[in-house]
Design a protein around this ligand. Structure first.
Ligand SMILES: O=C(O)CCC(=O)C(=O)O
Length: 299
């Protein structure tokens, strides 16, 4: 079934991302945000390892087993600024109620959560979109999550591209990012460097470190880009209404700022990699399929 117009397909090719307004109806979006809020309200801090979420390429990044073993579970990761600093005598504590401390919930909502499953693996609309986009012959769904950007404390997402984090050889990641609330420059909407997917080389990848945790390693034979994406002219904000689905090419550079506003910015996202012959997803990647939960085929 045709979902995208010729203009939309052209824009996707040129920009490396495509916002599709009203992809989900307001009823469908309401169902997802109600479920997201329910999951937040169910969050129990008791026994939680206080794992926060950070992945800056030149700084600290998340790497405990709570994170590394979350690929086939529904787990909660906290905003760094939601915690008081730990001292030798005083462990870190939440500064805000648990439901407001969560940065993201992941990474297997598309499989384990009945509502998000319905709008991912069981959605004809999503399947038609993947077919019509025509980038992947055999899309496999992985890393499905809610990203919260809580009012006042929601942190930034640094400049990155997704194939660095979900590396396949050759790179093939595509993100489907769904606004569950209106996303504006004030509450931390996405920004893109349009067209950067055409020149960005996946020269580094996020992997499990030999001694535990995670790290970035070079991709052999791929020269890093010389340009500093961060400061390049041409970045474009991508504000959108709730119900919009944004397709994100695995090589396009994107980011989002903190949320200093009073309004939350909840989104749901899942990713796809090519599962067809000729593409490999190896054991070095931080996110691993398990025997019980291989990456699910969308089609
Ligand atoms: O939701 C955000 O602010 C960032 C999401 C993102 O970068 C991604 O899904 O790749």
């Amino acid at each position: 079934m045709t979902v995208l117009t010729a203009e939309q397909k052209q824009k996707w090719k040129e920009d490396g991302y495509l916002a599709i307004p009203d992809f989900f109806s307001s009823e469908e979006t309401n169902e997802m945000i109600t479920r997201a809020r329910q999951l937040l309200n169910e969050f129990d801090i008791e026994g939680h390892p206080l794992t926060t979420f950070k992945t800056a390429e030149d700084g600290e990044h998340v790497g405990d087993t709570y994170f590394l073993e979350s690929g086939d579970k529904v787990r909660y990761f906290l905003e760094t600024s939601a915690l008081t600093p730990a001292t030798a005598s005083d462990p870190a504590k939440l500064r805000v109620p648990p439901a407001q401390a969560v940065n993201k919930i992941g990474h297997a909502l598309a499989v384990l959560d009945p509502v998000f499953r319905m709008y991912t693996l069981e959605s004809d609309k999503v399947r038609d979109l993947a077919r019509d986009l025509g980038e992947q012959q055999s899309p496999r769904v992985l890393q499905s999550m809610i990203i919260c950007k809580q009012p006042k404390i929601g942190g930034s997402v640094p400049t990155h591209n997704d194939s660095t984090f979900l590396y396949s050889n050759p790179p093939s990641a595509i993100g489907a990012w769904i606004a569950l609330e209106d996303c504006t420059p004030s509450n931390g909407c996405l920004s893109f460097l349009p067209g950067s997917h055409k020149t960005a080389r996946i020269s580094s990848r996020f992997v499990r470190a030999a001694g535990g945790g995670t790290t970035f390693v070079p991709v052999p034979g791929v020269e890093p880009n010389e340009e500093s994406w961060e400061d390049m002219p041409g970045w474009k904000q991508a504000p959108c209404k709730a119900g919009t689905l944004v397709l994100i090419h695995g090589s396009v550079m994107h980011r989002s700022p903190p949320n200093p506003s009073e309004k939350s910015r909840l989104i749901y996202t899942f990713h796809m990699i090519e599962g067809a012959e000729g593409y490999t997803y190896d054991e070095k990647n931080w996110l691993q399929p398990t025997e019980a939960m291989p990456f699910a085929s969308l089609l």
